[in-house]
Design a protein around this ligand. Sequence first.
Ligand code: GRF
Length: 173
Amino acid sequence: MKNVAIFASGNGSNFEAIVKAKLNCDIKILICNKSDAYVLERALMLGIDSIVLKKEENIIKILEELNIDLIVLAGYMKIFSENFVSKYEGRIVNIHPSLLPKYRGLNAIERAFNAGEKEIGISIHYVDFGVDTGEVIAVDTVSVEEGESLDEVEAKVHELENRMYPKVLEGIL
Ligand code: GRF
């Protein structure tokens, strides 16, 4: 069974969806870089060990101690160094709320919505040296209906993410 570390910085809805999906893997730890992130409370409720770490050297130490095979990024708002990515190349997966290569980076849903996109997507991809540039593994979309607000569209996108990410991870595992 593969050992997995999930990385998150904020709300943690994808983290919770992945844990609840009971995938065929051992989720060893949640690694978080923000001590007030809600995802830490979710980890406590779900019985997953968590740690707040900011320095990559400390992160690498933990990953090695726990023999982590796969790193799953779920709203982790920090860019890794080239050294880190080379070490775990092909073993870091991320989810991004756009149809990559469109709308890389921050506030992707808002930018797509403001641009008048009728379909807003999510992409699950491997992480390489760029920001949201790695090989895409899976995509899916929701349509934006006439009169829908940004909040409503964001809720639909997040719901799709929470459904799709565990399924795609299952395939990878
Ligand atoms: C998601 O929209 C994900 O695509 C992006 O960050 C957000 C994390 O949401 N990378 P949550 O913390 O999992 O609720």
